[in-house]
Design a protein around this ligand. Sequence first.
Ligand SMILES: COC(=O)[C@H](CCSC)/N=C/c1c(COP(=O)(O)O)cnc(C)c1O
Length: 564
Amino acid sequence: RGDVFTDDIAIPSQEVWSTYPPTPPTPDQLKLKRTGLTPAERAAALDRLAAYVEYKRDHLLGYQINSDMNGYAEDLSRFLRTHINNIGDPFQDGGLKVNSKVVEQAVLDYFAELWHGKPYVQADKESCWGYSLSMGSTEGNMYALWNARDYLSGRRLLGEEESDQAGALTYASPQDATADNRAYQPVVFYSEDTHYSFNKAVRVLSLPTFGELGRDLYKNECPINNGVWPDEVPSALPETSNPDERYSTFGPGSIDVDKLVVLVDFFARKGHPIIVSLNFGSTFKGAYDPVREVSDRLLPIFHANGLIDREIHYGHGRRTDHRRGFWIHVDGALGAGYVPFLAKAAKEAKYGYNPDAPVPEFDFGLRSRHVPEHGEPVELDMVASIVVSGHKWMGAPVPCGIFATKVKYQMQPPSKPDYIGSLDTTFAGSRNGFSPIVIWDHIAKNPDDRQITQATHAQRMSAYLVDRLVQVEQYRKAKFNEDSLFIDRTPLAITVRFRRPGARLVAKWSLSTVSLRMRPNDDSSIRHIAHVFLMPSTTQEQIDAFTADLYAYDAFDPIEPQSA
Ligand SMILES: COC(=O)[C@H](CCSC)/N=C/c1c(COP(=O)(O)O)cnc(C)c1O
């Protein structure tokens, strides 16, 4: 049966075999009738759907999804007989007792320690609080920006309940938070390689990017672009002497720290609190923003502009708060799941792993130190929040993930819905109680040694794919006199990018593609690029089968796919 890579595909009925590769059930088969469907109709539709998704699963190379479902069906199918809902705060049992919060807590403690933080203790403001996401990292990133916005706008911290207004949660604002007071107008920075969910999140939160605020308040004053404000921080340029390639589109995909520093300094001098979101395993190039360098270079700016320790006054006899005027978030949707294990592998010779580049720091353990010309040295933990997707590196049958911050950054929730018996400290109402069990089961089955093996394997498979693509490129140049395949891989990335194949192969292997104008205003520089992610479930056989497809004479013809 061609290149199917798994033997757990149910042998479909003759009807399903009518098409190969399997196609989805037809609209007629799926049409929901008022009379319902007969068992035979349901079986036919579901059989065909199973054959289709399992075939596509075994050919999924283009997205950062671990397709290895890790025996969940055997271990966890019994939990599909129960609605498990973790509504409310993970650390408060609440009124709905059919929950898996004890499991969620174990998972949160695991990530707190993996990311060099302390497991949650309510009274310990340096310990980590978090929750299991019912969506993926989009939810976690949106929550992080919401938390940062309210923290920097001077909203009340959790634990500072207004005793004089029993029951009614006040979304209190500082007494000097007037509309024109920039001290409570946070501004967010993220690079041009950032996931599109951030553009969505800043809309939902009415949180201005530095570009918007610049155009609004500081017209034509942009310090990096002849006065014109870009929407996102430029990404780094490639290390090349070729002037035709001195553009970030040819670069590694990580943020340009020099430009970030200049932009942040501009707004910090204007008195704005600062939110910086850093990618850690970026969506298309798999790049890692240098969290260590960003933290070390921004701390002096925060110090010089009074953003280390700000007093927030609420008046009416309320207690004065002390808090920071900056927030660094790490979008570790992909990388926060495996880079800790690359770091462990690089540290211990027994793993025989010599990384192509230094394994980057990114988590709660990262501290920066600044010695000012005058006054005392300052040393701080710099990362305020981290997000990881559960369905990417770890592999889960549904979108999920983990958000983590520290107790000292937690905000009072907007309301106190007594009827859930818990504080409403998360983004969702009902919360998926199955996902924490999946993540727990994954971690329980994958001790550090196995995680290290998977993380170093992905590095090796990424290098292997580059080699196989180079062979394809050499063959096609000789045989068909074709141009470069634009093969590229950012150091330590678990993705490789190359010229987009024809639509048939893009559909067959579920490749993610992008069309990039490599040089501004130069349509002749447009490149159609695809990428493959090398996940724990990606096998050498899949890579060989995929690259074998690229030798066909029409592999790069832009023909429409024959089937979904
Ligand atoms: C085109 O590929 C994507 O959009 C994938 C999600 C699909 S594969 C799981 N990336 C999602 C992503 C997200 C959003 O994560 P999800 O909401 O879990 O999809 C956040 N941050 C980064 C760096 C991401 O790459």
